[in-house]
Structure formats: structure tokens, C-alpha cells
Ligand binder design. Structure first.
Ligand SMILES: [Zn+2]
Length: 208
């Protein structure tokens, strides 16, 4: 008796990437990174997720730790949580990369990246472009939380000999852009000043 779905048995594309519950290491290429939301705020003591800082509440406080130690409330910090599309030799899939793995690719802590992005608002988008196409060896594990959608990246090793963490490329990129912007502004103000100067000189010449 033949199987009802022989394609699934022969075609590796239809098999789950992780067939057992133990972590699996695969080689892949980064296809894309969701740069819109790459980190989140947690309590610096117990790492419980906290609400994002807002204008009204710039420093969210952990209720649990504040209750335990009202005299010295714990602060907050940021951790990476990055959704990344990868392509292996058989399929493309979206995986989630938490702080330890993401720090390998970004080369800094989520707090450092957050501060960098305050000065350069397009930093996360540029980082996703920088990491696009990067060859990686990733160890994927099944999420501990049964409701979680994506496989998680337990560890990551960049394969290219020329790999440099995103923050290094970003610092080079924005430093290279920086001086040209300063030169442009200097030239612009010089031009405005010159026009005003000659205009006033001309008016003075007409009046005298
Ligand atoms: Zn806490």
C-alpha cells in the first residue's frame, strides 16, 4: 500500500527543520531583519518585561522588585529580541534571536544600540541592511513556550572571514557621513552670510 503523501517523505522541504527536541545547527544566509522592533525593556534585577518608556513614564519600575526593596528600586535595561528571516539550502524561515545571540551580530548591548539609535534614528534599518546576506552557522532550538511561533536562535557563529559586528559598520558609516554634513552646513551658512552682507552693502550704497 503506497503512502497517501509520498512527496512529504521524499521532499526534505516538507520536513520540519528540527525533527527532535534537541537543538540543531544549520548553515544559512540572512534574508532580512525586522528592524522596527529589535529590543525591549526589562527589570535590571529580575529581567521581567517592563512597559516601554514613554514621555509620561521615562523610567518604568518593576513592581515586584520595588515591593521587595522599596528603598532601592531596581532600574531597567534593554535586551535584544530580533526577528530574522534566514534561508538554508532547503527552505526560508523566520527565527527569533534573543539577547546573547543578537549581541554577536550587533557587537554591543541593546542599551548601547538604543543610545546610538537616538542619535542616528535610521541605525536599526542600516544594521538590517549591513547584516543582510551574511552567512551564519546558527543553532536553532524549539521554543520553551509552546505558544511561541518561531524557532529560537540558541547560538550564532558568523562564517565570513570579513564579518564585522553591525555596530562597527554603523559607526564607520555614520562617521563617514558626519563630516560631509558639517561641511554642507558650514557652506550653507557661509553662503547665507555672504548674500546678507552684499545685500546690506548694496542697500547702504543706495541710501548714501
Ligand atoms: Zn524586577
Amino acid at each position: 500500500m503506497s503512502s497517501k503523501n509520498p512527496i512529504n517523505e521524499k521532499n526534505p522541504r516538507k520536513r520540519p527543520l528540527i525533527e527532535e527536541d534537541r537543538p540543531t545547527t544549520v548553515m544559512c544566509t540572512v534574508v532580512g531583519i525586522d528592524h522596527t522592533d529589535i529590543s525591549y525593556t526589562v527589570c535590571s534585577a529580575c529581567e521581567k518585561t517592563l512597559p516601554e518608556p514613554t514621555h509620561h513614564n521615562p523610567s518604568p519600575v518593576c513592581r515586584y522588585c520595588s515591593f521587595r526593596n522599596a528603598f532601592k528600586p531596581a532600574g531597567s535595561k534593554r535586551l535584544f529580541r530580533v526577528l530574522m528571516s534566514i534561508a538554508t539550502d532547503t527552505r526560508a524561515l523566520v527565527v527569533v534571536m534573543f539577547d546573547r545571540a543578537a549581541r554577536v551580530l550587533f557587537g554591543c548591548t541593546a542599551d548601547e544600540f538604543y543610545e546610538f539609535a537616538k542619535i542616528h534614528p535610521s541605525a536599526a534599518m542600516t544594521a538590517s541592511k549591513v547584516l543582510d546576506g551574511e552567512m551564519l552557522s546558527v543553532t536553532l532550538s524549539k521554543p520553551k513556550n509552546g505558544n511561541a511561533q518561531h524557532l529560537r536562535v540558541a547560538s550564532v557563529v558568523p562564517l565570513s572571514a570579513h564579518f564585522q559586528p553591525a555596530i562597527v559598520s554603523l559607526r564607520e558609516f555614520y562617521q563617514a557621513r558626519g563630516p560631509s554634513q558639517v561641511c554642507f552646513l558650514f557652506f550653507f551658512f557661509f553662503l547665507v552670510f555672504s548674500v546678507c552682507f552684499f545685500f546690506l552693502k548694496y542697500i547702504r550704497h543706495l541710501l548714501l
